[in-house]
Ligand binder design. Structure first.
Ligand SMILES: Cc1cc2nc3c(=O)[nH]c(=O)nc-3n(C[C@H](O)[C@H](O)[C@H](O)COP(=O)(O)OP(=O)(O)OC[C@H]3O[C@@H](n4cnc5c(N)ncnc54)[C@H](O)[C@@H]3O)c2cc1C
Length: 536
């Protein structure tokens, strides 16, 4: 399998006509690339930044049906997502695992309520690989979650969902698509759409963000899978197009494991103001979130708001023995949900459906909005089936239900290289073959020189941030540690990619700013009063 930016750029210069061009390299676009390539279509995906730079690296990392959506009565969404949950566990077992969650209960009525609800959740899941929910007494709950405050606790309900590594799944989806013949490029932005004289969508104008080189590319099907940016692309088609997306921000903080010892996640189904909050063990730390804040506009690097961080820390503190404060935050990040905008403005973002919608413009441009990481495969299937029904593509069946995702084929790995799945043995062999590759980039931190080289040669990492935020997750797990690794990584990258000292300086400057943001060290930390809505 070739997964090389240089090779793919040559392909772009050579081949101008495609069956499918996908704009956007998040979960949605990458899922469509896998589906399209595996159906045999000539497929091109263009991402303006890095794969999963947008929302798709900023999720709560749950492969789930969505207990909250069940409470809202959205049974069909939960049913669909529970089915996809099992497919993801089967097709990407190196990145998805079964995670136990406990809802602590302080009243018999609420325990009964959650037990009944989660039994229904299990029923909807059908013959699932995930174990069923169980009722727990107070002693069992406090044994399973040693960090939980036990005052007035009467018991709890244990249930299961999946946990996954979102940005690594994105990279592996890109590699899977490439294995089936797709061409995928990060740092290539679609700047304009091209139409025939009859107004039919016929191609895109794209720019390589590294060199400024422009490409005119033709396709019978053009898919707008740009998440919260879909309206920008729609405006390239119809300048006064009605906005389709209402972005909603969700923030998370990462804390030391001492706040929630053990392997069991805590689910708080109804906080003081009606929200859902998770505290989930993640890479030896605890991920806590999230919020649901309507925002205007889009950003690739949204900032968590002070009110969001305060809410998360205070709510977690009500349930944990060790109360977290701002100084305990190892990293914090926010993402924007690409929710389908309602036709009126009366709905709060928590009420907007998380289901996906496929929309076809008069020009034939296909736009996909909404959905969840968990349902990316079904979203892709629906999008391409629609293109076939529109006769933009020749008929071909979807095969992704049984398609193994890159990394899952072959033996499963444990240890430091486990997230690479079946690539782990190749990384180990590469490290053994080259003296120096076995050295840590920074003494005491878990990243080897050879691992970085692997990310550059085999996973299309182009910047220090690509390495530290999405190939490894260190920026999200422990931003200060990521900052320590950055100079060493920039040096390795410069020699591998042939970059000069100016490039190194610029990389360290921009990554340094990002570290400050993830550590919540920015000016407007305390002065916002944006209303925060209930929900997850
Ligand atoms: C806080 C939060 C928590 C969540 N938690 C979960 C969870 O636990 N489980 C779950 O299943 N789902 C979760 N979700 C939902 C899930 O993360 C999203 O539905 C999903 O990541 C959206 O993916 P996307 O590809 O549509 O958007 P994105 O990931 O944002 O991708 C869109 C891409 O398009 C690119 N782009 C934009 N314009 C252009 C252009 N002109 N040219 C080229 N590229 C362009 C952008 O750079 C971006 O990378 C969560 C969402 C949020 C916000």
């Amino acid at each position: 399998m070739v997964f090389s930016r240089a090779v793919f750029l040559k392909e772009l210069a050579r081949q101008q006509t495609w069956d499918v061009i996908i704009i956007g390299g998040g979960a949605t676009g990458l899922g469509i690339a896998v589906d399209a390539a595996s159906r045999g279509y000539r497929t091109l995906l263009l991402e303006q930044s890095d794969f999963a730079k947008g929302t798709s690296s900023r999720s709560t990392k749950l492969v789930h049906g969505g207990v909250r959506y069940l409470a809202q009565g959205n049974v069909s969404l939960v049913y669909e997502a529970l089915h996809e949950r099992d497919l993801l566990l089967k097709n990407a077992p190196h990145l998805v695992h079964d995670q136990e969650f406990i809802i602590p209960c302080y009243h018999w009525f609420s325990k009964l309520f959650y037990l009944v609800g989660l039994t229904f959740y299990d029923l909807l899941a059908g013959r699932s690989a995930f174990p069923k929910s169980t009722s727990l007494n107070a002693a069992q709950v406090s044994q399973a979650i040693p960090g939980l405050s036990t005052a007035k606790l009467i018991g709890g309900v244990s249930y299961r969902d999946g946990q996954f590594n979102d940005s690594r799944l994105a990279i592996n989806l890109a590699q899977t698509a490439a294995e089936h013949g797709a061409v995928l490029l990060n740092y290539v932005k679609v700047c304009a759409l091209e139409k025939t004289a009859a107004g039919v969508m016929s191609g895109v104008l794209a720019e390589d963000m590294e060199t400024g080189q422009r490409y005119q590319l033709l396709a019978t099907t053009i898919i707008n899978a740009t998440g919260v940016f879909v309206d920008e692309v729609l405006k390239m088609d119809v300048p006064n197009a009605r906005p389709l997306v209402k972005p909603s921000q969700g923030a998370h903080v990462v804390l030391d494991q001492s706040f929630l010892q053990g392997n069991v996640a805590l689910m708080i189904p109804k906080t003081t103001d009606g929200r859902v909050l998770f505290a989930v063990p993640w890479h030896g730390k605890v991920l806590v979130g999230t919020t649901d804040t309507p925002v205007d506009g889009q950003a690739l690097e949204p900032k968590p708001l002070a009110v969001e961080i305060d809410f998360i820390l205070k709510t977690a503190g009500q349930y944990l023995v060790k109360k977290p404060v701002l100084e305990d935050v190892l990293s914090s990040f926010a993402g924007l949900r690409p929710l389908a905008a309602p036709s009126d403005d009366k709905h709060a973002t928590k009420e907007i459906s998380r289901s996906h919608k496929v929309i076809v413009s008069d020009s034939g441009l296909i736009t996909i909005i909404g959905g969840k990481w968990t349902t990316y495969r079904k979203m892709a299937e629906d999008t391409l089936d629609r293109a076939i029904r529109l006769k933009q593509l020749r008929p071909s069946d979807c095969v992704t239900e049984g398609l193994r995702i890159h990394g899952s084929v072959g033996g499963y790995e444990t240890g430091d290289f486990a997230p690479y799945g079946s690539d782990a043995s190749k990384i180990r062999a590469m490290i053994q073959a080259r003296p120096g590759f076995e050295h840590p980039v920074y003494s005491g931190l878990p990243m080897l020189v050879g691992e970085v080289v692997w990310m550059l040669r085999e996973e299309m990492a182009r910047t220090v941030e690509d390495v530290l935020a999405r190939r490894s997750r260190l920026l999200f797990i422990d931003a200060a540690a990521a900052g320590k690794l950055a100079p060493g990584i920039a040096q390795i990258m410069a020699s591998e990619l042939g970059r000069d000292t100016n490039w190194i300086e610029e990389q360290l400057r921009s990554f340094g700013l990002l570290v400050q943001q993830y550590l919540l060290r920015y000016e407007e930390k305390k002065d916002e009063s944006v209303p925060v809505e209930p929900g997850n």
